[in-house]
Design a protein around this ligand. Structure first.
Ligand code: ZN
Length: 264
């Protein structure tokens, strides 16, 4: 046996100890989380059933009783909620955020660009993308809600690991100046009003992705969609209608899959 081989054998137990040690030192990976879609009067909100449950979006001002009922059906109390992330500051997504915080003690995390909306408790000036949206804007939307100051201001990325979630909330200005998407590492994304699922607010064909009624910055919003498609996201959870598949987003916005060549 060569000296090198003996040296090698002698070092084996040491290697075994160090590798066992480094394995033990690895941070524990939280398991994949369940996403529950909660359909409210005007919009969807989502319960992410993590170790510390969180809500993505916060409904309209009158939705609190429905929210409590929907959570109870999932075995979750309002007081279990530790974080609320309104995807943006519109009244059907941030409308009950202040009430939820008061009832639960949860923190509110909001995108920086929507701070003025939350402070005013009022929508910005909605920019319709079609005729139906013009009508909705004039006759159907109550722009007011209880104002709030968020506990966490998202400007870039908020890592969701402290809540037991492998993922992050990221600011993507487009639908509003402070729009936020939640991207999970396992290929799911919650994107608020970046797109619309189906027609009539998601009542018909909710699985078809298309243009939302309002976009503060239409071009930036489309760029956001293209940016997300560069990630291996398979399912998009929406503020109205949905969820929609990656294929449906590509079709709805007439885009070529930027990951196509990597899949062949
Ligand atoms: Zn909106």
């Amino acid at each position: 046996m060569s000296i090198r081989a003996i040296a090698c054998l002698l070092s084996l137990p040491f290697l075994a100890i160090t590798s066992a040690h480094s394995l033990a030192a690895l941070p524990e990976q939280p398991p994949a989380v369940e996403i529950v879609q909660i359909k409210l009067g005007l919009s969807n909100m989502y319960l992410i059933k993590a170790k510390r449950p969180i809500l993505v979006d916060a409904g309209s001002p009158k939705d609190l009783p429905d929210i409590e009922r929907a959570l109870a059906a999932q075995g979750v109390k309002l007081t279990d909620i530790t974080l609320v992330i309104p995807t943006h500051g519109h009244s059907d997504h941030a409308g009950a955020a202040a009430q939820i915080r008061r009832s639960s003690g949860a923190l509110i995390a909001l995108g920086k660009g929507d701070l003025p909306m939350a402070k005013a408790g009022h929508n910005d000036d909605l920019k319709p993308t079609n005729l139906m949206a013009e009508i909705l804007k004039r006759f159907a939307i109550d722009p007011n809600y209880e104002p709030f100051v968020p506990d966490i201001v998202i400007d870039g990325t908020l890592d969701l690991a402290p809540w037991g979630i492998r993922g992050k909330a990221v600011t993507m200005p487009g639908h509003t100046p402070g729009s936020v998407v939640v991207i999970l590492d396992d290929g799911r994304a919650l994107v608020g009003d970046m797109m619309l699922g189906g027609y009539f607010g998601g009542a018909l064909f909710p699985e078809r992705a298309g243009q939302h009624y309002f976009q503060a910055d239409l071009a930036a919003n489309l760029e956001n969609i293209k940016t997300l498609l560069k990630l291996p996201i398979k399912t998009f959870y929406l503020g109205h209608g949905g969820p929609v598949t990656r294929a449906s987003v590509l079709k709805g916005f007439d885009l070529i899959d930027p990951l196509q060549h990597e899949r062949q």
